[in-house]
Design a protein. Structure first.
Lengths: 184, 220
């Protein structure tokens, strides 16, 4: 090989290196980058799809298993009529007590507050004072039993029954009832 | 052996030299390499296009699933909320104290020579305690023992359902007044009995059971 040929070979080698550089950097590089991005996106979407399918089936199973809970929840919610409790609870108590021969009675609201439990964020706790100045002990006992049995969200927190001085046959009674009412 | 003369020797040599020209050979090599690189580029490009088309189909599938999964997640949250609320409400319902049952027990214990003048009951939610105070008068030849019988009977009656119950005298004192019981005058004693119980101990909450209060039958 003469000098001229060596020079040409050297230049050819340089050209080859430049060609390879250009090929890998400007042609194949972006293509591979794009392919990797597409693969990553596919992988990401496939993971999302598989977890989503699992979640959809989980929600369907939950829907089935929560059937009794939803029915019960609706039933408990239906115990709270529309409107402000102060508007419907005292008349309801008056009617209820009159069916147990307790005609004299007043119901007043003591306090109301939001429930502390985070699960009961949509529910409020109301404390009512029910004052019965004249009640027969048997009728009162029956009324309390029925009140406790028919109102699952009502709980008597304080109770005071004492003899009425003016009528020995009758008693006076005051009780504090706590009710949990759905916020409409 | 005859002598052979190659008159084209120089021409053949030149031809061979041209054929072995490294520049020419490297040019061929470069063309071959270039072709290989081009094929590789096209193959990679084809795979990218294939990947993009797959991505499009997966994206379409995801677009179909996404609203469903969002709705499912929302519904699952809602259902979990409902379950949590129902459990909390059930917990509240199951840990209620039924006063009617207690009043019935008290009424059962009140004999003709006992008169309850006042009954006060309180539920302390934070401690899980129920306390009741009964104020009354016992009459008889030995009014203190009548009051003690009442206390014991109350302990026995309430203790059937509430094993943790404690029935204690807060006050027991003789009175100067007499009362007519069964046609004869009897001495009296004033008593205050406290009933304390822990129907739902904090440490071991009983499993939810159907618990219904029964209406009272007797009158005090």
């Amino acid at each position: 090989m003469n000098k001229e040929q060596v020079k040409k070979l050297f230049l050819g080698g340089l050209g080859l290196i430049a060609l390879l550089y250009v090929y890998f950097s400007f042609f194949l590089g972006p293509l591979n980058k794009s392919r990797d991005a597409v693969q990553a996106k596919i992988k990401d979407l496939q993971t999302k799809i598989s977890t989503s399918k699992a979640e959809i089936s989980k929600a369907a199973k939950l829907e089935e298993s929560a059937h009794s809970a939803t029915v019960r929840y609706d039933a408990l919610r239906a115990l709270s009529p529309e409107g402000a409790p102060i508007a419907w609870f005292p008349p309801r108590m008056k009617t209820f007590l009159s069916t147990h021969q307790i005609d004299k009675g007043t119901t007043r609201l003591e306090t109301n507050s939001a429930c502390k439990e985070k699960e009961l964020a949509d529910w409020s706790r109301y404390l009512w004072i029910i004052d019965l100045p004249q009640a027969d002990f048997e009728s009162l006992g029956n009324a309390i039993a029925q009140l406790e049995n028919t109102n699952p969200l009502l709980s008597i927190k304080k109770l005071r029954i004492y003899a009425a001085t003016d009528d020995p046959e009758m008693q006076k009674a005051v009780f504090t009832a706590a009710t949990i009412i759905y916020k409409k | 052996m005859p002598l052979q003369l190659n008159l084209l020797h120089e021409e053949i040599l030149q031809h061979r030299q041209r054929q072995r020209d490294p520049l020419k050979l490297s040019l061929y090599a470069a063309i071959a390499l270039g072709a290989l690189l081009m094929l590789n580029y096209l193959w990679t490009g084809y795979r990218v296009l294939q990947g993009k088309s797959r991505l499009n189909s997966i994206q379409a599938e995801w677009n179909k699933i996404e609203p469903k999964v969002t709705a499912a997640q929302k519904r699952a949250d809602e259902l979990n909320g409902i379950i949590g609320t129902t459990n909390a409400l059930d917990g509240y319902i199951e840990t209620r104290f039924y006063w009617a049952t207690f009043l019935e027990k008290v009424a059962h214990c009140v004999t003709p020579n006992i008169q309850i003048t006042s009954l006060e009951g309180v539920i302390e939610d934070d401690k899980g305690l129920v306390t009741a105070t009964l104020d009354g008068v016992a009459g008889g030849r030995e009014p203190r023992s009548v009051a003690e019988d009442f206390r014991q009977m109350l302990l026995e009656q309430v203790g059937k359902e509430q094993p943790t119950v404690k029935v204690e005298f807060k006050t027991l004192e003789d009175l100067d007044t007499t009362v007519a019981v069964g046609g004869s005058n009897e001495t009296t004693a004033h008593f205050v009995v406290t009933v304390g119980m822990e129907p739902f101990p904090k440490a071991a909450t009983p499993p939810p059971t159907e618990h219904k209060a029964r209406p009272k039958k007797e009158e005090s």
